[in-house]
Every structure is written in structure tokens, then in C-alpha cells.
Design a protein around this ligand. Structure first.
Ligand code: DQA
Length: 146
């Protein structure tokens, strides 16, 4: 099984970016934890991070051809992107949306996710564990549908 993990804009700055909100763990450390879990679960992960919307859409389309499921943190595009919603709907594989922070406990304008309705589920507020739970979730979902 192959799971694509797609990180959105500004997540390359984790560790230094608003640590009081996002914690001190870097993206590299998060990716290491994901790879470790992938080893335990016996799956492959394709991990990428992009700051621009078009690159994220390309990554979703590529995952649609190469992977069995997607874990995505669309970051700021969560709240604005019809195009990322459409890309997630356009591919024939399921996705789970992830957030490090609890977007419902933050500013009003973060309460709406444009992208979550195109996903099977959403996990947030648990820091790195949001990603790890999402990977376990997508694996269970893909297996259940086989
Ligand atoms: C985020 C939450 C978004 O509102 C924000 O724009 C991000 C990160 C999170 O992981 O908590 O960049 O997706």
C-alpha cells in the first residue's frame, strides 16, 4: 500500500513558525515519525510539501495515479481553495485532512474548511499525532475497501 502525505504552505517553517500554536517539532521530524510508522505498518509513504496551490494540485493528481490514499494538511488553503477541493474530488482514492492545531478553537475564519468536504475524515488539534492517526486511518479505510 502507498500513502501520499501532502503538506501545504508554510509547513516547511514548522519548529520556528508560531511555536505556541504549532509546537517546536520540525517538518523533518514529523516526516521521520511518519516514515517510522509506515515501517511498522508495512506500507510505503510518498511525502511532499509545497507552498503553492498549483503544486499541491499536481501532487494530488500524481497521488491519484500512484498511491492508494492521501493524508493532506492543506494549511492556509484549507479555508480558501475550491481548486484543492476539486482536485481531491477528481482523484479515485480517499483522503483524510489533517491539522496540527484545532482549527475550530481558533479564529472564526479558520472554522470553515473548503477542503474537508472532499475528504473522508478530518483529524486536528493533536500536533504530530494528527498525522500519525490519519495515516493509520487511511490504511484502515483502504484495507476495508479492498
Ligand atoms: C493548519 C491550520 C491552518 O488554519 C493554518 O493556516 C496552517 C496550519 C494546522 O495544521 O493547524 O497553516 O493547517
Amino acid at each position: 500500500m502507498i500513502v501520499a502525505v501532502i503538506h501545504g504552505p508554510n509547513l516547511n517553517l514548522l519548529g520556528v513558525r508560531e511555536p505556541e500554536v504549532y509546537g517546536k517539532t520540525t517538518l523533518e521530524e514529523i516526516n521521520g515519525r511518519i516514515e517510522e510508522l509506515a515501517g511498522e505498518l508495512g506500507i510505503e509513504v510518498m511525502i511532499c510539501q509545497h507552498n503553492s496551490e498549483g503544486d499541491l494540485i499536481d501532487a494530488i493528481q500524481e497521488a491519484g495515479c500512484e498511491a492508494d490514499g492521501i493524508v493532506i494538511n492543506p494549511a492556509g488553503y484549507t479555508h480558501t481553495s475550491v481548486a484543492i477541493h476539486d482536485a481531491l474530488k477528481a482523484v479515485p482514492i480517499p483522503a483524510i485532512e489533517v491539522h496540527l492545531s484545532n482549527i475550530l478553537a481558533r479564529e472564526d475564519w479558520r472554522h470553515r474548511s473548503m477542503t474537508a468536504p472532499a475528504c473522508e475524515g478530518i483529524i486536528g488539534g493533536l500536533g504530530v499525532d494528527s498525522y500519525l492517526l490519519a495515516v493509520r486511518g487511511i490504511v484502515a479505510l483502504v484495507e476495508a475497501r479492498r
